[in-house]
Design a protein around this ligand. Sequence first.
Ligand code: V47
Ligand code: SF4
Length: 347
Amino acid sequence: MNKEFSQRLSSTEALELVQKDIHYLGQLAYAKRKALHQNRAYYIYNQHLNYTNICKNKCKFCAYYKDKTDKNSYTFSLEDIKKEINKRIREPIREIHIVGGLNPDLPLSYYEEMLSTIKALRPEAVIKAFTAVEIHFLAEKHQLSEEEVLLRLKKAGLSILPGGGAEVFAEKLRKKLCPEKISGQKWLEIHAKAHKLGIYTNCTLLFGHIESWEDRIKHLEALRDLQDQTRGFLCFIPLAYQPAHNELKAPGPDGIDFLKMIALSRLFLDNIPHIKTYWAFAGLKLSQVALYFGADDFDGTIVEEKIGHAAGADTPKGLTVEELKTYIRQAGFEPVNRNSFFEEVKN
Ligand code: V47
Ligand code: SF4
């Protein structure tokens, strides 16, 4: 048996592995993916909701944020949120994915009311909402502990935290990429706190900009270490940096880099069950190929993705379930409709 399967990859081994031929790396990752998930490729019927684009952090890679005074800035009222949910109320949506900017005008009660309003309209859907960055922002604003914020949001209907805001943990890079954002250590602490409170979370890495493979592997190692302690991460999502309309001016990952990143994630994160190819950022065709390089989750219908599209993503803003299933089938996999906890569901 290959050494990579018999024991956990060290950082040094991971670095050696990514220097190797892409077919070699891909074969190892595909075997691991097959052992874990056979021919299954998961998808979810979901809806994205971005409640405000006003954000005080102004991360250099972000094309989504606006100043309050910008004519294109917006903040949803509760009525707007109801409207967004009602637009798709007849569809069997399983998950509402909510993230937004750090808008200093919004109090914790806005977030609580948003959750309880959505829960009342859509009791059967799981709410995956607010990154660790938003949780910290609310805790600081109201001088509450992050646990208190998490508990209040959980009480209002929150079930899972999405994986955003992790970016890349290396502090030297964070200073250049997102100097106003919480540290990588803080991001990890908030996820650890959520796990302790029974809130599952996802995790991400924003890659393909100014980071090196060493930085990526250190990031994966920090995630793997936390997962050893808490078992609270459901899924890892390598987010392909989208280069348009933002200050960073880095090229973004090419197809080979993307596939190598997916493959290494599958091999290195031996304790995280799912690896997502986020088609909205990666592209649909490359995501089909990624299923052969270690990915097992194709994300969902989305409608409508705003963050990557502000930064030039040329994918559709959403897909129908039939389209999603067709992409998965055409790639040679069996589409499996899942809920937010990766349990199979029937339509
Ligand atoms: O936190 C911002 C990133 C994230 C850009 O948990 C960018 O299931 C690429 O986290 N290019 C939001 N990425 C998206 C996210 C996510 C998406 C899908 C599923 C899940 C999940 C989480 O997008 C942000 C930031 O890291 N981002 N700007 C950009 N130019
Ligand atoms: Fe704000 Fe998030 Fe964009 Fe950073 S990535 S500027 S925190 S919306």
